[in-house]
Design a protein. Structure first.
Length: 346
């Protein structure tokens, strides 16, 4: 049975961030472990703060005994990062009575955990669309609710050697380490474009499992990443680029907009050339096992995530696409989808 304490905590975090540490494990946004009835999410770094904020706004509206929403960050939050609220620990216990798991870091990592037999998670945050690999094993559904922009980040101090308008074709050469026509030798900025300095380019990609990484590489047409690329950076960490004039990395416009000023001032996003818009998703298991077009969203998830048919929210369906969620999503730098596209299985 749900306690009034748990409901009270949810109401409190709608007004302020809450930081609670239970032992050495992380707890989700409500500050307490989810019970067997609740929805628990993991995955995307891009949307972790958005889901924390959405859960904080939504949970106080849930009737007694209803399904609360909990979302674990992709990584242990660094000091000064905008977190609602902080969760801590390299491992997490998704819900009461569950076994601790390594924190899934990124869209693909979250989807993998969601599809794992015996998982205690209910949904995965994803900043990438469905891929062929998602069609094997446990059937899942992708529910879009917002859009985000993607650009590349450059250092502000020292001033970046990267131009503000690298094209998709130029980025493809850079990330294949082939701007000079030889993948075995270091690329120079002058190999990319005449007039740029003859210094080595240091391209950076997010960690494996990142939806941002996957989407970016698809957009610029890279299927095989070159050996010159740093592929271990944590996505949306300004430190991966800041302070080095020759580093660049893909970066969410939404996440950039909510960086603390001290971090935001260390990098700047490009203003021309490569730009892209992507949909943001929550991924749930298909209880009917029917694949992409089957609206098999578990009935217990309908109130927050919708039933998969999309469209306007009602009192019992698709809250994430409601007017109550619009400003919450916007505050995280994203744009809520409109009409039937919001919440419709993609």
């Amino acid at each position: 049975m749900r306690s009034t304490f748990r409901k009270g905590v949810a109401a409190v975090i709608g007004a302020a961030a809450l930081s609670v540490i239970l032992s050495s494990t992380a707890v989700a946004d409500s500050g307490v472990l989810a019970d067997a009835n609740d929805a628990v999410g993991v995955g995307s770094d891009t949307t972790e703060y958005a889901l924390n904020a959405l859960a904080a706004a939504y949970n106080p509206t849930v009737p007694a005994g209803g399904v609360l929403v909990h979302s674990f960050n992709a990584t242990v939050p660094a000091a000064g990062q905008p977190v609602l609220p902080t969760d801590t620990g390299a491992t997490i216990v998704p819900r009461s009575g569950a076994t601790a798991i390594t924190r899934p870091n990124g869209s693909s990592a979250g989807i993998t955990e969601l599809k794992r037999a015996g998982t205690a998670t209910t949904f995965a945050r994803s900043s990438r669309a469905r891929q062929a690999s998602d069609n094997t094993g446990t059937a899942v559904l992708f529910l879009p609710y917002a859009t985000d922009g993607l650009r590349y980040a450059r250092s502000t101090s020292p001033a970046s050697n990267a131009p503000v308008d690298l094209t998709n074709a130029e980025l493809k050469k850079i990330y294949e380490c082939n701007a000079d026509g030889n993948p075995a030798t270091p690329d120079l900025w002058s190999n990319v474009r005449a007039g740029l300095p003859a210094v080595t380019i240091l391209p950076v990609l997010p960690q494996s499992g990142s939806g941002t990484r996957s989407f970016f590489l698809t957009e610029i047409g890279v299927t095989s990443v070159g050996s010159c690329v740093n592929q271990t950076a944590q996505e949306h960490d300004p430190a991966a680029v800041a302070g080095n004039a020759n580093k660049i990395a893909p970066f969410s416009t939404g996440r950039y907009s909510i960086l603390p000023p001290a971090q935001q001032s260390t990098i700047v996003l490009n203003t021309g050339g490569f730009t892209a818009t992507r949909s943001l998703f929550n991924v749930v298991r298909d209880v009917n096992g029917g694949g992409v077009l089957n609206k098999g969203v578990d009935a217990g998830l309908h109130r927050f995530f919708g039933d998969g048919t999309g469209g306007l929210a009602t009192a019992t369906n698709n809250w994430i696409c409601s007017s109550a969620a619009t400003s919450v999503i916007a505050a995280q730098g994203f744009t809520q989808l409109s009409g039937t596209a919001c919440g419709k299985v993609a």
